[in-house]
Design a protein around this ligand. Sequence first.
Ligand SMILES: C[S@@+](CC[C@H](N)C(=O)[O-])C[C@H]1O[C@@H](n2cnc3c(N)ncnc32)[C@H](O)[C@@H]1O
Length: 217
Amino acid sequence: MKSETLVLDQEQSFIPSNHTGWNYALVLAALSIKRTCRTYLEVGVHTGASMTRISTDVAIGVDPGFALNIDVTQGKKAVHLYRTTSDDFFSNQQICDPIRGKVDLAFLDGLHVFEFLLRDFYNTERLCNSRSLIALHDCLPLNEAMIQRTNALAVEQGMNTPFPFVWTGDVWKIIPILRRYRPDLRLVFVETPPPLASCLLLIWVTLLMCSAKIISI
Ligand SMILES: C[S@@+](CC[C@H](N)C(=O)[O-])C[C@H]1O[C@@H](n2cnc3c(N)ncnc32)[C@H](O)[C@@H]1O
């Protein structure tokens, strides 16, 4: 796949009607291989559909409401699952101290409310090293209905739109926030198509440099 098909113009200012490209879980899976991931962290694991595809020595999953229906241990030596909120997980020093500086790839896909994602981001960054990559989900919504701050409101307002039952929440706000307050970070937008009824887009936040190379898979 050519990298151009994945990378959106970072200055793009219009709202597309849909997204194309690779499925986001496949992008994550390819990145885990390409970057020889040793430690992977996923906030918001749900069924495990993304985690199962990741190649890594150690996978750590956090979710207060796991609904696993797949073997997430595939391609891994160890999997640690924590049935709790991300705030609770990150505040547990006994769990976090041993992995500080070790997280190579993180996927933040928990509660779709921007202040939660922002906390998840900063807390994750503390566990990262100088070549880590943090992927954020749902940051480029396609209409107003899906950006509501509750799932119920998004479902109600999205009924007669091309994307019913889609809730990205207002996590898109993290883009202007990071651009304003963290110019040291490089944000890379990766277009991914809707799985099921959803429309999705990833943002890669590299803590070093690179990104364009990373997605030339
Ligand atoms: C969209 S699903 C995750 C999908 C999964 N990442 C994947 O790609 O297959 C969101 C998950 O976030 C979890 N969640 C909700 N609030 C959370 C919180 N405060 N901390 C961590 N996870 C949370 C939900 O239980 C749900 O399973």
